[in-house]
Design a protein around this ligand. Structure first.
Ligand code: ADP
Ligand code: GLC
Length: 483
């Protein structure tokens, strides 16, 4: 039995701000459980949902040396769907009303978390063959492991897989501050290790010290080795090309299932989706205060509101779209003020055409995936994207820009061959997007048979973890094959 420990800053069902949590919280369930014991370690945030706090059991405590600081660490444990979750407790670091705070706080918080994960291992009686780290928050785990623990017997032989879910966020902070926080030796703060553009860079550390690096789609794996998509780390990623794997994210098909989803109004499947989706759409329109119109295309958006998601394009053409087309939008998201305000503004201006909820709601999100005709995701870049996979699963036709995982998962409609699962456009250009939305509206309105074909093919796609968990298993095998 191979032992794998996932280290991450979020995982469903305990704490989630985006797709990272969906991945870390669902992938462990889909490994071959006869061969792999996969556990997860997370921070025990005080903002975690009350209903979960009660499920956590105290296991042990110890102290973590972080340079001149000596900090308490408690370990709590919980079981969820047969998977063991560990939580690192420290109320100084993990207070606050959300998991991430100001960067300067997060820099110290996740240095502490990374050190605490390594210190916890002997207390857990779970010495992993592999620690599978996710994103910059865990970038220092391989750095600490290989510089401070390398010679200690207990830690010898532990391999690191480092997964990049978003290269944009790197955890960069001033060199002297990070030296002070981490107590790491000065000689590793060099351009070939932790230093990057004059700062210390946690993500870079993760990439440099990991045994293998993965990211969440094949296209994104290619994009990040180019200057355009490399966020300043393309040179390093090219250098590590032989150890860089693009493994497409899967979706938890148990959690996202139109036949048994507890959040949606009416269940449906590939056969009865026409009736099922019609009922859902009418209920959602009613719930949102939009006119209940069966023949008006309802487009959904569920997203973090950041520039990554292409909202500059949306802002640019919104007036034109809403003033000229018979269309409705159901929007859900939180994030940057400028985008929230933009959606609020258009909701006020065209209340019969767009209703935007600024906030976070699992229930509303599932209802949008299930009830809309189309789903808009015109991302500037997208490592994988799960929202388009959820849309496909619920028979909602994605309209996407051809980047990263969106390119790998949505096949463009071909009106001559009657193929495809969605609509896509290539350039980051607002009118190219508008043209694509208009094209989708025309197919929805005038070619019902083709539209239903799109839905059906989309629902038939398999983006479950069954496709990808095996690729991680193969990588784990490769890294632990010492013969
Ligand atoms: P990212 O991780 O970049 O935000 P993904 O498409 O991979 O993008 O995953 C986003 C996840 O977060 C999906 O599960 C989506 O439904 C969810 N999500 C995003 N915003 C909200 C929101 N406001 N309310 C509920 N769920 C949301
Ligand atoms: C990141 C990416 C998103 C990806 C998710 C899970 O948040 O922005 O594209 O799907 O991580 O890997």
């Amino acid at each position: 039995m191979k032992k794998i420990l996932f280290a991450a800053s979020e995982a469903v069902p305990f704490i989630k701000t985006g797709g990272l949590a969906d991945v870390t919280g669902s992938l462990p369930k889909y490994f071959d459980r006869k061969k792999y014991d996969v556990r997860i370690i997370l921070p025990k945030y005080l903002c975690m949902d009350e209903r979960f706090m009660g499920q956590l059991h105290f296991k042990c405590h110890f102290y973590v040396n972080l340079s001149w600081r000596k900090q308490y660490a408690g370990i709590f444990e919980a079981k969820q769907d047969g998977i063991t979750y560990y939580f690192v407790d420290n109320e100084f670091y993990f207070a606050g009303d959300k998991p991430y705070n100001e960067l300067y706080q997060d820099i110290e918080k996740f240095a502490y978390f990374s050190k605490a994960v390594l210190e916890a291992l002997p207390f857990l009686d779970f010495c992993p063959d592999i620690i599978h780290c996710h994103d910059w928050q865990t970038g220092l785990i391989p750095v600490f492991l290989k510089t401070l623990y390398g010679d200690e017997n207990y830690y010898r032989g532990i391999r690191i897989v480092f997964s990049i879910h978003n290269l944009k966020f790197q955890g960069r902070w001033s060199l002297p501050a990070v030296m002070d926080i981490t107590g790491l030796p000065e000689q590793i703060f060099t351009a070939d290790k932790l230093e990057s553009y004059g700062e210390a860079n946690y993500l870079k550390g993760g990439i440099v010290y990991a045994d293998a690096v993965t990211t969440v789609s094949e296209t994104y794996a290619r994009e990040i080795t180019t200057e355009q998509g490399g966020e300043g780390l393309d040179g390093l990623l090219r250098a590590r090309k032989n150890d860089l794997y693009g493994i497409l994210n899967g979706l938890d098909y148990e959690e996202y299932d139109p036949q048994k989803d507890g959040y949606i109004y009416n269940h449906f499947n590939e056969q009865n989706f026409q009736e099922g989706k019609k009922l859902n759409k009418a209920r959602l329109q009613k719930e949102l205060g939009l006119p209940v119109k069966e023949n008006t295309m309802l487009i959904g958006i569920v997203s973090r509101m950041t520039s990554q998601k292409g909202f500059d394009l949306v802002a640019y053409i919104m007036d034109e779209l809403l003033a000229t087309e018979d269309v409705q939008l159901a929007v859900l998201g939180t994030g940057e003020e400028q985008y929230q305000d933009m959606f609020r503004y258009f909701t006020q201006k065209y209340p019969d055409k767009i209703q935007a909820s600024i906030g976070y709601s699992e229930e509303r999100a599932h209802r949008i995936y299930a009830s809309c005709d189309a789903f808009l995701m015109p991302s500037l870049f997208e490592p994988c994207g799960l929202s388009q996979l959820m849309s496909l699963r619920y028979g909602t036709v994605p309209i996407v820009r051809e980047t990263g995982g969106l390119k790998d998962t949505v096949e463009a409609y071909n009106e001559y061959e009657h193929t495809g699962t969605g609509f896509s456009f290539a350039n980051y250009n607002a009118h190219e997007m508008l043209g694509t939305i208009r094209y989708a509206i025309s197919v929805f309105r005038d070619r019902k048979k083709d539209w239903n074909g799109l839905i059906q093919r989309g629902m038939k796609q398999d983006f479950s973890w069954n496709r990808s968990a095996g690729k991680y298993e193969a990588l784990y095998e490769k890294l632990t094959d010492f013969e």
